[in-house]
Ligand binder design. Structure first.
Ligand SMILES: NC(=O)c1ccc[n+]([C@@H]2O[C@H](COP(=O)([O-])OP(=O)(O)OC[C@H]3O[C@@H](n4cnc5c(N)ncnc54)[C@H](OP(=O)(O)O)[C@@H]3O)[C@@H](O)[C@H]2O)c1
Length: 199
């Protein structure tokens, strides 16, 4: 399969790439240092990305800018970081990408445990995680040509556990293999409209 992996240089993206590259042609995408430059906060940039790669079977997104911080300190603009980034960035990948992917192709988006199980400081991030989960289930019903849309929704992942330990007290990190398996399942199995929770 030919797969565009957005956020390939990130903590989760790196692990997805390692696995998917064994059996697939991976096109790495992010704002810098990848095969293709894309900024998911900008729909023109997304359109340009899809125009520059042909024959794509799957898009997997492990990028999602959003703001973490105490509700009392979050500005309206802080909320828009996640709304433009993690939410509309991923919505636009599906909205625009549905016109480009091969028949039966798939979109795999990323949200996170904060949709269901918030922690202190997560209001802006919980908001967009929940929105993307709901979007994916609804969008899956309408996608044409057998296209599919799923979400991987992990708790804090093993590779980030140390960095985030103060924000996720008492949370068991998700093993990286389990996280990567969820992306593989969403891409290779014929499921659609699923939120794969790894809690
Ligand atoms: N880490 C965790 O424990 C965890 C748990 C649950 C959910 N998540 C979610 O999983 C996703 C990935 O997390 P992560 O920890 O792997 O992130 P990360 O290490 O910060 O990596 C983010 C990746 O996304 C790319 N990126 C950032 N902004 C972008 C943009 N506007 N357009 C295109 N690419 C962009 C970055 O590359 P460039 O800077 O080159 O663009 C990088 O490759 C996020 O949505 C996060 O909320 C993470």
């Amino acid at each position: 399969m030919k797969i565009i992996l957005i956020g390939a240089s990130g903590t989760i993206g790196k692990r997805i790439q390692e696995r998917l590259a064994k059996k697939n042609e991976i096109v790495l995408a992010s704002r810098s240092g990848a095969d293709i430059q894309v900024d998911i906060t900008d729909s023109a940039s997304i359109e340009k990305m899809f125009n520059s790669v042909t024959g794509v079977d799957a898009v997997s997104c492990a990028a999602g800018p959003a703001k973490f911080g105490p509700l009392a300190e979050l500005t309206e603009e802080d909320f828009y970081v996640g709304i433009r980034g993690k939410m509309m960035g991923q919505v636009n990948l599906v909205r625009i990408g549905q016109g480009y992917l091969n028949d039966g192709g798939s979109f795999t988006l990323t949200t996170g445990i904060l949709a269901d199980d918030p922690v202190m400081g997560s209001a802006a991030l919980s908001l967009v995680n929940g929105a993307v989960n709901s979007f994916a289930v609804a969008a899956a019903m309408e996608l044409p040509r057998g296209l599919r849309c799923n979400v991987v929704c992990p708790t804090v992942v093993e590779d980030s556990a140390e960095a985030y330990e103060d924000f996720f007290p008492g949370y068991d990190p998700a093993p990286m293999e389990k996280v990567v398996n969820a992306y593989v399942r969403a891409i290779e199995n014929k499921i659609t409209g699923k939120i794969i929770r790894i809690y």
